[in-house]
Each structure stands twice: as C-alpha cells, then as structure tokens.
Design a protein around this ligand. Structure first.
Ligand code: NAD
Length: 486
C-alpha cells in the first residue's frame, strides 16, 4: 500500500503519532494510499524548517538564480507529466482529458509565469526636494514576507496550490503547504521535484491532514507563520481569519461563489450553449468560477433550456482515462451526499427537473464511486436556498428575464461576488452589464479564459484581496521604502 508522508526540510517524514488517514479514488472508492496526519510536532518542524531556510542559501540567492530554479521546477513537472496526471486523476476522479489540458500544464506554467513577472517587476524610485536644496531619493523595495502558510482545496489541487506556491517562492518566501485531505498526492510529488531541481531544504514543506484539531488549525495558529493564503469555502475562510488575527498576520482569501450566467437574446446561441456547458459542468461542476444560476432573456428561454438539456444528455460519463470521457465522479462520497441533499432540496422547493437529479447506474465495478447525474432545474423562486447557496456540483438553475435592468439586479442578488459570464453580440451592452455586475471576474462571450498577469479574486463573501500578476507580488512581499538624503 502506498504511503504519503509529510515533506519537511527536504525529507519525507512520518508522523510521530503514527496516525494516518485513507486516500480513496472516487471512481470506485478503492484505496490509493495511507496518508500521514500531521500533529503539532510535524507542523512545528515544518515551520521551523521554513524559517531556517529564509536565513540559508535561499535567502541569499539572487533573483536571477531563484527564477532559474523555478523554471527548472516547471520543466521537471512537465518531464514527470504522466505521474502528476495519474496522481491528480486518481485523487479527484477528473477526466485525463481535462487534467492533461488544464490542471497539470497550468501547474507548471504558474512557476514560469511568476518567475518571469518578478524578474521584470520595476523598482519605484522618487526624487524629492528638501529645504537644503540637495534633495533625497526614495527607493521602493519588495522584501519577502517570510514563512507563508498555503491552505488549498481539492477541486484543482496542483493548479490552485502552485498559483500560491509559485509567486510565494518567486518573491523569496518559504512555504508550508497544507493540501486538502482529499487530494494529497500532487503536493507530495512536488516535494520530490523540488529536491530533484536543487531547491534548498526547508523552502517547500508539506504537512498533511484535516482542518480543525489537525494540520490546518495548527498551521494557521502557528506564531512563526507570517502570512496565510487560503482557497476554500467561505465558512472555513472566516475561521482562518480569526486565527490570523492573533499576531496580526496578513491573509489572502479565495472563497466560494454562486456565479450568474447572463444570456441575452442577441447572443451567438451556439457559443452561449457551449460556454454554459463548460461553466456549469466542467470538472463535475466543482469549479469555484462555475455558473450555478443561468438567466436567459425570455424570447430564447425555451430554446436555450431545450438545447442545454440535449447537450447534457450527450455528456459522456465514465472512467477518467477512457477516450472521449468528459464527465467524472464528484471528489468523494461525502461531497456527493452534500450535493444530493441539494438535489432533493431543489425538488422540495418546487423546481422542475429538466434533466438529471439523481445517481447514474455505472455498473457493479463503479457503483461504489461518487457518481452523480448532471442536473438542470427551472422554476425556482429567487429566494430558494438552491439559488442562494453554493452547491459545488454539476447543476444549474435557468430562469427567464425580460430587461437588462432586471437581470443586473438578479445577478447581484447574492452574498457572493466571484465571477459572472455574459453572452451577447452587442458590445455596448456587454460593457454596460459587465460594469454593473458586482464580481471580481466578468467574462463576456467566454468563460475561464485566464491571463496570469490579470487580477483574480472575489467581491463580497467570495474573498479578500487579489491574486495574479503584480497583485500576487503585493501579497507575497512587504514593501519597504528606503529614503536616502543626498
Ligand atoms: P474547505 O474550506 O472545506 O477546505 C479547504 C482547505 O482548508 C482544506 O485543505 C481543508 O483541510 C482546510 N481547512 C478546513 N478547515 C480548516 C480550519 N479550521 N483551519 C485550517 N484549515 C482548514 O474547501 P474545499 O471543500 O476543499 O473546496 C471547495 C470550496 O473552495 C468551494 O467553496 C469553492 O468555491 C472554493 N474554491 C474557491 C476558489 C477561488 O479561487 N475563489 C477556488 C477553488 C475553490
């Protein structure tokens, strides 16, 4: 049986307590590995190693050498592509077709992008006047914040973790990562890659475990952690914020969403259907940016619902490695229980089930897996819980609207503000609506198109702060001004 240990100071380390937990494949519920669960001792060791590495060769490394090292890490992920792919698909059940084009390439690209961004980041310099006429020169400098705790979720494990680790390391910090308990494998593999590339021990550390009374809580409460970057549920974000308040540590929070899709009658219907298919059902609906509320202008409402239903009926559900499969299971039995409770709630709240709503029969071998049907509803009231709460499954509700004003109000009628997608061929309308939707990211005639130089993050309960581009550099560095009197 495979064993996954912590990665501390460049070594694979077992838990002192001997405590482990199971890592299961959601395709058939088979056991993949036993994972060591970190206690206070392992978290202390990881944070100490990260602190010590700041004062070692890593702390003295030139920017150029650091960038070269991170490029090597990206190349090594690419060389070991198949191992990363296999590990990610076993942990999550997602199709190889998706992980091979999204998760793993982006995992590698994150290292290249942030190494390059930092190397090209200009330094501020301001000449100022002084009463003696000689003046002074101000020079702005970015310094690493120190030890960064990285807490990441299970839906895009390598991609989202490296979106934090790469800029943190590019900026000269060290990290202690706590990957999701559901998906420990690629974070562990990345430890091997760090060693192979010559990243000094202690720069990248991983502790495995859960949140409360486990690795997550011990790490976020640790006094020597200088900043915490978190992606996950809004509820968890609030708990971590409280932990960060002790010692006044900085936080970055990428949280949940209940994102609207807005489809105007003047859209290119083929594009809107394909885009909504992806935004509602990619990764079995487990994408924070996904669309769970779709608003369609009344003249095309019936046609849109029927065409989306027909496309959902064509989805090929199956084993991640099988050719042509575009839809896998949910990440775990536990998550399926949650999503199915919303499927039931939708019916209780009066929804019309257009398609899906249950569990597919996958045959004997796979029926132990976390399979679920992609689902479309219509007919729910705007205050239904299914409309207001994040489900994080392969489902969406479609509602008609009549005016631009009305749909902007509907799109904004949510506690969240992560993303939105607008479908229209009228560019003035697209801009007008995009400007009024209160979300961190608004796509027009597309979805999930990401340029790593742009800001990423949510409004309202979808997050605090922004990642991406120089926004990541702002979080992972402490800005210092040096004022030199001439
Ligand atoms: P989660 O909040 O349950 O867990 C995320 C991580 O936090 C895990 O590693 C978990 O072990 C850890 N954790 C849980 N409780 C903790 C505690 N008390 N202290 C410290 N750590 C703790 O989220 P999840 O179920 O893994 O992921 C799904 C959620 O993530 C959804 O809400 C989704 O919208 C959100 N998400 C947001 C983004 C974004 O960029 N905004 C991206 C992906 C996922």
């Amino acid at each position: 049986m495979k064993e996954i240990k912590h990665f501390i100071n460049g070594d694979h380390v077992a838990s002192q307590s001997g405590r482990t937990f199971e890592n299961r494949n959601p395709v058939d519920n088979s056991l993949i590995a036993r994972v060591h669960e970190a206690g206070q001792a392992e978290v202390d060791a990881a944070v100490s190693a990260a602190q010590a590495a700041l004062n070692g060769p890593w702390g003295r490394m030139t920017l150029k050498d650091r960038a070269e090292l991170l490029n090597r890490v990206a190349d090594r992920i690419t060389e070991r592509f198949d191992e990363f792919l296999d590990a990610e698909c076993k942990d999550t059940g997602k199709p190889y077709a998706m992980a091979s084009t999204v998760d793993i390439p982006r995992g590698a690209a994150n290292f290249k992008a942030f190494a390059e961004m930092l190397a090209n980041e200009p330094t501020d310099a301001f000449r100022m006047d002084t009463p003696d006429g000689l003046g002074a020169l101000n020079i702005g400098q970015r310094r690493p914040k120190g030890v960064i705790a990285v807490i990441s979720p299970w839906n895009l494990p390598l991609l989202l973790m490296t979106f934090k680790v790469a800029p943190a390391l590019a900026c000269g910090n060290t990290v202690v990562v706590k990957p999701s308990e559901e998906t420990p494998s690629t974070a562990a593999l990345l430890g091997e890659v760090m060693n192979e590339c010559g990243v000094p021990p202690g720069v990248y550390n991983v502790v495995h475990g859960f949140g409360p009374n486990s690795a997550g809580e011990y790490l976020t409460a640790h006094k020597a952690v200088n900043a915490i970057t978190f992606t996950g549920e809004t509820r968890t974000g609030q708990i971590i914020m409280q932990a960060a308040a002790i010692g006044l540590r900085d936080i970055s929070m990428e949280l949940g969403g209940k994102n609207p899709g807005v489809v105007f009658a003047d859209c290119d219907l083929d594009k809107a259907i394909e885009g909504t298919m992806r935004s509602a059902f990619l990764n079995c609906g487990q994408v924070c940016l996904g669309t769970e509320r779709v608003y369609v202008e009344r003249p095309i409402f019936e046609r849109f619902v029927e065409r989306l239903r027909a496309r959902v009926a064509e989805l090929r559900i199956g084993r991640p490695q099988d050719e042509g499969v575009d839809f896998g299971p949910l990440v775990s039995q536990q998550h399926r229980k949650k999503v199915l409770s919303y499927y039931q709630l939708a019916v209780d709240e009066g929804a019309t089930v257009v398609i899906g709503g249950g569990v597919p029969d996958m045959g004997d071998e796979l029926n132990e897996g976390a399979w679920i049907e992609p689902t479309i509803w219509t007919g729910l009231a705007d205050d239904a819980r299914v409309i207001r709460e994040e489900i994080f499954g392969p489902c969406c509700h479609i509602r008609p609207f009549d005016t631009e004003e009305e749909v902007i109000a509907l799109a904004n009628d949510t506690d969240y503000g992560l993303a939105a997608a607008i479908w229209t061929e009228n560019s003035a309308r697209a801009i007008r609506v995009a400007e009024q939707v209160n979300a961190g990211i608004v796509w027009v005639n597309s979805w999930y198109l990401r340029d790593l130089r742009t800001s990423f993050g949510g409004a309202k309960r979808s997050g605090i702060g922004r990642e991406g581009g120089t926004y990541s550099l702002d979080f992972y560095t402490e800005l210092k001004n040096i004022c030199i009197k001439l």
